[in-house]
Design a binder for this molecule. Structure first.
Ligand code: TYD
Length: 210
């Protein structure tokens, strides 16, 4: 009888753990939940430039670098581009306008330095001011790449920024980081820590399940 009671009690506990999404005792995974999503990076220090779980929702604090390139600024597209990220639900945590130096641009595009288009790319990117921004939110890196569209505007879908505002690859209006790691590197390159503002958005519970 005692054994049967123990058996019932154990099953009740296991059911409760399953209900809460917890693993069976002794089956705890060595892989943390955040590691299951490739688009996310490991948790970093609270208040860092990257990912944090301080809000309790995995990936909510993912950040990316978006830049309106000189052609976008010249064509007065900054407002419309900012609006797209705002209305999607992302949170702006940094924004500034500057004329990027050759040094900064060569660090930013160092992976492309051997490409034939690299000299033209640097000339164009330093031809006028850019507006650089840091946006934050769940899966922001992947989602913003979708919002920006294909590198070649001829391949970019209508509804994407490049698909709506550009026609040639050499003038594709906007930059978006292509990975979480890349975003962290680029954010640190373009922004100092004190230029980024952590703030609470009042519509948080309307945007995320809390
Ligand atoms: P890349 O990092 O490949 O694309 P993306 O900006 O979508 O991440 O290239 C960087 C920029 O280089 C791209 O936005 C426009 C320019 N570029 C050219 O001018 N010609 C090209 O053939 C390519 C591939 C890129």
């Amino acid at each position: 009888m005692v054994l049967f009671q123990r058996y019932l009690l154990r099953n009740l506990v296991l059911q409760g753990r399953r209900h809460l999404g917890l693993p069976r005792p002794g089956k705890e995974s060595s892989t943390p939940a955040w590691a299951s999503d490739k688009a996310r990076s490991p948790p970093s220090r609270s208040g860092s430039l990257g990912y944090s779980t301080s809000s309790g929702i995995a990936g909510v604090k993912e950040r990316t670098l978006i830049a309106v390139k000189p052609d976008g600024v010249q064509r007065r597209l900054v407002g419309q581009i900012v609006q797209r990220f705002e209305q999607r639900g992302f949170r702006l945590v940094g924004l500034k306008m500057l004329k990027a130096s050759d040094d900064l641009l060569s660090q930013h595009y160092h992976d492309l330095s051997k490409k034939p288009f690299y000299p033209n790319l640097l000339r164009y990117m330093s031809s006028g001011p850019v507006v650089v921004m840091v946006w934050e939110g769940h899966n922001v890196v992947r989602t913003s790449r979708m919002m920006v569209g294909n590198t070649n505007p001829a391949e970019a879908h209508a509804g994407t920024i490049r698909g709506d505002f550009s026609i040639h690859i050499s003038r594709n209006v906007v930059h978006a980081s292509d990975s979480v790691e890349g975003a962290q590197r680029e954010i640190q390159l373009w922004f100092s820590r004190k230029e980024l503002t952590d703030w609470d958005c009042c519509d948080h519970s309307s945007t995320y399940q809390v």
